[in-house]
Design a protein around this ligand. Sequence first.
Ligand code: TXA
Ligand code: MG
Length: 313
Amino acid sequence: LAELTTDVAKAAAALRNGKLVAFATETVYGLGGDATNDEAVARIFAAKGRPQFNPLITHVPSLAAARELGVFNDVALKLAEAFWPGPLTLVVPRRPCCPVSPLASAGLDSLAIRVPGNAQARELLERAGVPVVAPSANPSGRLSPTTAEHVARGLGERIELILDGGSCPIGLESTVIACTDDRPVLLRPGGLAVEEIAAAAGAPIAEAGSDDAAPASPGMLASHYAPSVPVRLNATDVRDGEALLAFGPDVPVHAGAMRNLSPRGDVVEAAANLFGMLHELDVLKPKAIAVMPIPERGLGRAINDRLRRAAFQ
Ligand code: TXA
Ligand code: MG
């Protein structure tokens, strides 16, 4: 059962050690994990029981820390300076050296980042010394938690630690704005009014999907990720010129490139490796990537969902 604590140093150490820690922000409680630790990120999806890998928000203590991870254009800088710390998330291009797990971005080349308004949360991030991904700390499909008690009720049996930071004043997730080009686009309405954001940007905010220049919903964005070569699912053999994305201990023998998502057949480990290994095989430009069957249990469902989208071109 999750331990309840008010000890920020202890929670920071737990995060650094790859544990999952729920913490309060000004919007809702987040289920935090070290964003640079592939397995910690995978376990967040497992704990929430999410059937799909949607990209997560990375939390950092300052704009300076955010700029180490992503590229901020003029609009992004203006909005960050106006509203951070606060209930605004900015989606920006990842820096080439960005250490955040590709699973946190669901394989996209952009990253959602925010600096939370809650002082305890910023102290936690400062002390952890690593960027922290944190979706709302509730099981998938349930209400977002605004007290430590809500978190304990929903996830108490699946996570290690809850940092009690009282109740969340806003009670609604952050507003998500894409700043991947000069025109800011609203991806998710939330705790900060769009009118305020438009005023600070000095320009109207386009709605996602409203015209060709604005990307569709975040879910749609995520589904656009696919390798540049064909993907062949449920492969039990490897054909000439194919690379193999294997799973489990029994791997067909072949001459081409191979990555194994989890030699011991663990779906959480496989999820942690999925996007990184797909990218690694993709850049080798094989004729196709043959993917061995992944069991449809636990995170295997989310892995298969993503692979089916990658295979559908
Ligand atoms: O208030 C909040 O934002 C809370 C607290 C804990 O900070 N966090 C939260 O995180 O709601 P999460 O991971 O559940 O929200 C992620 C949102 C989704 O709408 C997702 O599609 C979008 O951000 N998102 C994340 N990365 C993205 C990306 N690279 N491109 C487009 N949308 C992205
Ligand atoms: Mg949520």
